[in-house]
Design a protein around this ligand. Structure first.
Ligand SMILES: [Zn+2]
Length: 346
């Protein structure tokens, strides 16, 4: 038996517009904020679209007894459209759907609440199983590709995991463990923990800011290492965050610190920068354009680098994979990125 049951709501403009999803780059976790409402209650609510106050929906609803997929996974659901996406990789538009929100590039999963406003342990466990299946199906990494609605638009969702981020981290670690049969390396105690790095923002003034500026300069930003976090430092931080798929808020927290310390400056200044996301047939965007430019440079012609992963790009990518003795699956991931990088940038 499948983890979830397909039970689709009717096509309608409020909750199932029948827009084609451009691809699945991330999986988004939500909560219903509706105490005691079951998956079936939510199917009925969104199927009865005439009484919906505004456009809304999600793909899968999970409660303690079942998971229902109410919008097909290759269609858009209205789950993260309250603002344009703060995660650049999820921002997308199509001729039929504008706004740059995350709905064209992600799948939304809603956890149902108990009457007392908590998640039942069976709901959590079933949601883990749903994400295991989704990560497997779309070749996504539970640790980096499961995000909260909060991470995309700062909406307080799922509220219990916004107030307690560790509970969300633990959830991702359990999905990882179920998927791979082993605990993630990052969940083990580390001697190089970054938790001692202070949070820095505009106006900060300290030796830690000097250290931040030195790190940024390795990526070519040319800042004065004066320990004062002014507008130039803030712009550099935002630019770095944008290029590294972080939330672009200009504030240096744990994730930005860790990226500054782990990202390779050489790769940043590459002549043909290569995105570190998974790309496949049907995707659109600047990352696809970078891939096309690199493939063209390597002699595997995609035609004009137009940012659309179509048949020509697929053929070029497969030829490259064949030439590099990689698995010829037409999907751009880590191994293809490394091979292409060493071909065009070294
Ligand atoms: Zn939400």
């Amino acid at each position: 038996m499948s983890v979830w049951q397909d039970k689709y709501i009717v096509v309608n403009s409020k909750s199932r517009p029948s827009f084609k999803l451009l691809g699945v780059r991330k999986l988004v976790i939500h909560y219903t904020a509706n105490n005691g409402g079951t998956a079936m209650n939510h199917f009925n609510y969104f199927n009865n679209y005439r009484s919906l106050p505004r456009a809304a929906s999600a793909h899968i609803f999970v409660d303690r007894t079942q998971a229902l997929c109410i919008v097909p996974l290759n269609e858009v659901a209205y789950h993260a459209n309250d603002k344009p996406s703060l995660i650049p990789a999820l921002r997308a538009t199509a001729s039929y759907y504008k706004g740059g929100n995350a709905n064209l590039t992600s799948i939304g999963v809603e956890m149902c609440m108990e009457r007392n406003g908590t998640f039942h342990p069976d709901t959590i466990s079933r949601t883990e199983d749903v994400f295991v299946e989704l990560c497997r199906r779309y070749r996504l990494d539970p640790l980096t590709d499961i995000v909260r609605h909060y991470d995309i638009t700062r909406k307080n969702c799922p509220a219990p995991w916004v107030s307690n981020p560790q509970a969300f981290t633990n959830f991702k670690n359990r999905v990882y463990a179920k998927l791979k049969g082993t605990v993630p390396p990052s969940s083990l105690p580390s001697t190089t923990s970054s938790s001692s790095d202070p949070i820095l923002r505009k106006g900060s003034r300290s030796d830690a800011v000097k250290s931040l500026q030195s790190y940024l300069n390795k990526f070519g930003y040319n800042l004065n290492v004066d320990g004062a976090f002014g507008p130039l430092t803030q712009n550099a931080v935002k630019d770095f965050q944008r290029k590294n798929d972080l939330v672009v808020d200009g504030i240096v927290g744990e994730k930005t610190w860790s990226k500054l310390k782990s990202a390779s400056p050489a790769q940043q200044s590459s002549k043909f920068p290569l995105p570190s996301v998974i790309l496949k047939y049907g995707y659109h965007g600047s990352e696809v354009r970078q891939l096309q430019e690199a493939l063209n440079e390597a002699g595997f012609s995609c035609g004009r680098a137009d940012g659309v992963f179509g048949k020509k790009t697929l053929t070029a990518l497969k030829s490259f994979q064949r030439s590099a003795s990689l698995v010829v699956d037409g999907i751009y991931g880590n191994k293809t990125r490394q091979a292409l990088h060493s071909k065009v940038n070294t």
